[in-house]
Design a protein around this ligand. Sequence first.
Ligand code: FES
Length: 139
Amino acid sequence: MSTTVHLKVNGQAHDVSVEPGTMLIYVLRDNLGLHGPKFGCGLSQCGACTVHLDGKAVHSCVMPVEAAQGHAVTTLEGLGTIDHPDPLQQAFIDEQAVQCGCPIRRSAILLSYRGCRSTRSRCVGSRRQASTGAMAWST
Ligand code: FES
């Protein structure tokens, strides 16, 4: 039995019909076509699925979609575009921040925003990037 969930993602309202308890990452990727959040561990450990919920970094792989109702969800797509990247995305491009080659770069950009500094990252490259230019931009 499906239920309708009302979401605000990257500034746009969406009504999606999903099975109760569906994790937010599946709705973002499968229902809304937003592939910025990646499925990595599925255990709230790697950060590949990171999105912002009211400006706070959360792991969408362990968040039931119902918990996102009434909150503003921001994915990497909500920060900027290829033609007009967010300054923080541009800083990652300028510094060729490829990190460890896994999709954690996406979460590192989201985690680098002000207010998200206390969030731990398991990736050493992410921590290095956060302590250099990209982080300086967010202060
Ligand atoms: S997929 Fe690893 S923390 Fe969500």
